[in-house]
Design a protein around this ligand. Structure first.
Ligand SMILES: Cc1cc2nc3c(=O)[nH]c(=O)nc-3n(C[C@H](O)[C@H](O)[C@H](O)COP(=O)(O)OP(=O)(O)OC[C@H]3O[C@@H](n4cnc5c(N)ncnc54)[C@H](O)[C@@H]3O)c2cc1C
Length: 429
């Protein structure tokens, strides 16, 4: 039986609301504190939720909440800029399709579900400091003490534990480890947009159906879906030697970026230019430099632990960041359900670290393909079709085969978090 009764969750993105619901299921009352004044309904862009993310949502009791607001993707088709098909990856055998969802829709679905499950979310609460009480004694016993979150507006909140679900620029991560690594630029700027239905020259229309198409263009990478009525969504990854923050990139202006992107893809035989030309500048999502963090040394300290991008930020190229955030939120709740918190945190880390860091590494390789120079492009275009034919499909599918059995008890991994797990009741083939 858990000795923890209450939790503060910092961050109301993806991991935060899921952690709140999963902790509630584990008998721990959780309140989410989000820095922004409202939920992030206006923040655009698409996200794919992989089968492992769908599985983890179901384990938390949130099964079926994404399906009504998403589109299933049956295959990912890779082409080069000349239109040559390099590879096609269908959904791995026995797994559901991944789900393509607009980020605002996902946030809305998660926040609505969290509310229905009784989790409270407070907006306009930016964490600036953490006070841990009796931390050294607690670490020994898992009893007594508490933790207080201090917010920028001067208000405070206290609970038994605090969970940092505050994303890739986590304040909680820096507060528990001032030497924690900063995000690393992966060499690509990110853009995306939704394009409404409209009159399109039928000879220029090549609908993708339920597939998502990815193009390794001559100068940049483009991903898109396109429906028969001309509506669709796209994202582009533009190689650039130096990073730009989101605000620096936005200061350049949407019209200018759309011009740059049209020029970038002008020599490629693909639908990018059509889709970019039909994009309303007001709808352009300018992400700035895409980032990851290869490893975060400290996942927990005293009564505080990290989940989601705060602990394991993979670059968007993995298509797994949201799904891993959901998995970690659920696994942390299972550990806290069954173990006193010091052991729960160590067990959670032992359960998760290898898996997430392996996926972060896989995404690094994809980033190199996206930013390939002329020689790299030739090699990539030659090798990718061969590699795909020879590849064991499981080398692509394993991240998606992760399953969480909510009802299985969690066994301690040892306080140091390094002892191999005997039984964690989750599988990651
Ligand atoms: C362009 C782009 C495309 C992506 N595409 C995909 C994809 O297709 N598939 C996929 O799985 N993943 C994708 N990702 C990654 C995915 O978005 C993240 O992995 C995921 O959002 C992580 O969830 P999280 O809850 O940990 O963090 P976030 O979703 O970033 O949420 C963190 C929350 O914490 C809040 N916060 C921050 N600081 C504080 C503070 N001090 N106090 C209180 N609140 C705070 C923030 O306002 C935010 O609401 C993409 C990312 C980007 C940038």
């Amino acid at each position: 039986m858990s000795r923890i009764r209450s939790a503060i969750i910092i961050g109301g993105g993806i991991a935060g609301p899921v952690a709140a619901v999963a902790l509630g299921k584990a008998g721990i009352e959780a309140t989410v504190y989000e820095a922004y004044e409202t939920r992030a309904d206006g923040v655009g862009g698409t996200l794919s939720i992989a089968p492992n993310g769908v599985d983890a949502l179901a384990a938390a009791g949130l099964g079926g909440i994404v399906e009504p607001v998403s589109t299933p993707i049956t295959a990912m088709v890779m082409r080069n800029g000349k239109g040559r098909r390099l590879a096609s990856l269908g959904s791995p055998a026995g797994l559901p399709d991944q789900l393509l969802v607009w980020r605002p829709e996902l946030y809305r679905a998660l926040h609505d579900a969290a509310g229905q499950h009784g989790a409270r979310v407070e907006y306009g609460k930016r964490l600036v400091a953490i006070e841990q009480h009796d931390a050294s004694a607690d670490t020994e016993t898992g009893t007594g003490g508490g933790v207080t979150a201090v917010f920028a507006d001067g208000s405070r909140a206290s609970a038994d534990i605090l969970i940092g679900a505050d994303g890739i620029r986590s304040a909680v991560r820096s507060l528990i480890d001032p030497a924690a690594p900063a995000p690393r630029y992966v060499g690509l700027l990110g853009f995306g947009a939704e394009v409404p239905a409209g009159p399109v020259d039928p000879s220029r229309l090549d609908p993708t159906g339920s597939e998502m198409h990815f193009v390794f263009g001559r100068r940049a990478f483009f991903g898109y879906v396109l429906a028969a009525d001309g509506s669709g969504g796209w994202f582009a990854n533009l190689p650039r030697a130096t990073s730009m923050t989101a605000s620096e990139a936005r200061a350049v202006g949407a019209d200018e970026w759309l011009r740059v992107l049209r020029e970038t893809f002008a020599d490629d035989r693909l639908r990018a230019v059509d889709l970019i030309s039909r994009t309303d500048p007001a709808q352009l999502v300018t992400v700035g430099g895409m980032e990851d963090i290869p490893t975060v040394p400290t996942w927990h300290r005293g009564r505080v632990a990290l989940v989601g991008d705060a602990a394991h930020a993979t670059s968007p190229s993995s298509g797994q960041g949201a799904s891993l955030a959901i998995e970690s939120a659920v696994q942390l709740a299972r550990c806290l359900r069954d173990l006193p918190y010091p052991e729960a945190f160590a067990t959670y880390e032992a359960m998760r670290r290898d898996r997430v860091e392996r996926i972060i590494k896989m995404a690094q390789r994809t980033n190199s393909d996206k930013a390939a120079g002329p020689v790299g492009r030739v090699l990539r275009d030659l090798m990718m079709p061969i590699a795909m034919r020879l590849m064991n499909p499981e080398s692509f599918a394993w991240p998606m085969r992760h399953h969480i059995d909510w009802s299985a008890p969690v066994t301690s991994a040892g306080a140091a978090g390094t002892t191999p797990l005997v039984s964690v009741a989750s599988s990651s083939a």
